[in-house]
Design a protein around this ligand. Structure first.
Ligand code: AMP
Ligand code: TRP
Length: 332
């Protein structure tokens, strides 16, 4: 069975974009793949984190996976730092990765900003650790958002570099699996910006743990234009806020954008927003409620992570040993 690896950084405020753009798609993959879903806490450390918040966000992402329907028996769910082989393999890969490859990474350029000299080494080498995450398990498929495609392609290049250097076909070349652009969820305050964990306004996003009243309030306050709802998808595309809300509705109901636009054409935003709020709380209310229940008693979550780490370790360790042997590291 082909193997999937993917991960989310535990950096707080999981939102509707994370659910519709990532986690929900993963739930569907469990049937056809052997799945490993990681909480990539070491990646989170590439930017400053409060220790207590990092720990609690690690549990929050775990709870989100489980509450969304990822089965912790069928899949492996664990946090990255529990399996030391990730960082060990990342070092070997770092020794094979030319700086020129990393210099092309657009996410580093965005995150580092203008002050490149003050960006951390970890932020720069982050895609090498990501390659190690994937290849440590010899994963063949990596479901990610469009923004991570370049990093998965780098993982392919690194796998190729290792295979050529040591004359082996040990590492498969992993494929990015990009899910429809339709699930790019935008900010409720600005239809041209992605909904994001780091937006300072909580009204810009619907958090996975928001209750029905909060969801309804945020949707009521969501930015719109003064006209009634668009009559065609083409018209919607020229009105980013309308397009975003209609797109969210379509994703939540598994309908096409055409169907949703036809259904609400010419209606007032207030009616549409009430319908959208109902749909959003029907989906997230149950998931968020379960997340909150799990986080109130983290013993269960910690048990899942411990069990997941043992299973991950059982795959990772033998792979790392083979790689150490191939590279000539003396293990006595
Ligand atoms: P991040 O929140 O950037 O750590 O992303 C975690 C996962 O959620 C990645 O697979 C992203 O592609 C996905 N994701 C994050 N924000 C959005 C969004 N606004 N719309 C759709 N997917 C998103
Ligand atoms: N870099 C990814 C992100 O920021 C998270 C990640 C780390 C990841 N390791 C991974 C995703 C391995 C897929 C596979 O969203």
């Amino acid at each position: 069975m082909p193997r999937i690896f993917s991960g989310i950084q535990p950096t707080g405020n999981l939102h509707l974009g994370n659910y519709l753009g990532a986690i929900r798609n993963w739930v569907a993959l469990q049937a056809d793949y052997e799945c490993i879903f990681c909480i990539v806490d070491l990646h989170a450390l590439t930017l400053p984190q409060e220790p207590e918040e990092l720990r609690s966000a690690t549990r929050e992402v775990t709870a989100a996976y489980i509450a969304s329907g990822i089965d912790p028996e069928r899949c492996i769910i664990f946090n990255q730092s529990m399996v030391p082989a990730h960082t060990q393999l990342a070092w070997l890969f770092g020794c094979l990765t030319p700086l020129g490859w990393l210099n092309r990474m657009t996410q580093f350029k965005d995150k580092a900003g203008k002050d490149r000299d003050n960006a951390g080494l970890g932020l720069y080498s982050y895609p090498v650790l990501m390659a190690a995450d994937i290849l440590l398990y010899r994963a063949t498929h990596v479901p990610v958002g469009e923004d991570q495609k370049q990093h998965v392609e780098l993982a392919r290049d690194i796998a190729g570099a290792f295979n050529r250097r040591y004359n082996t076909d040990f590492f498969p070349l992993p494929e990015p699996q990009i899910f429809g652009a339709a699930t790019r969820v935008m900010s409720l305050r600005d239809g041209t910006k992605k909904m994001s964990k780091s937006d300072e306004s909580d009204y810009s996003r619907i958090n996975m743990t928001d209750d029905a009243d909060t969801i309804a309030l945020k949707i009521r306050r969501a930015k719109t234009d003064p006209q009634p709802l668009p009559h065609s998808v083409k018209e919607a595309e020229m009105r980013p806020e309308a397009a975003n809300l209609l797109g969210i509705y379509a994703a939540l109901t598994d309908e096409t954008m055409e169907t949703v636009v036809a259904h609400f054409a010419g209606k007032n935003f207030s009616d549409f927003k009430a319908a959208l709020a109902e749909r959003a709380s029907a989906t997230l209310g149950r998931i968020g409620g379960e997340m909150n229940r799990m986080m109130a008693d983290p013993g269960y979550i910690d048990g899942v992570l411990r069990h997941g780490a043992e299973r991950a370790q059982a795959i990772a360790e033998p792979h790392l040993k083979l790689v150490f042997d191939m590279t000539g590291l003396l293990r006595l």
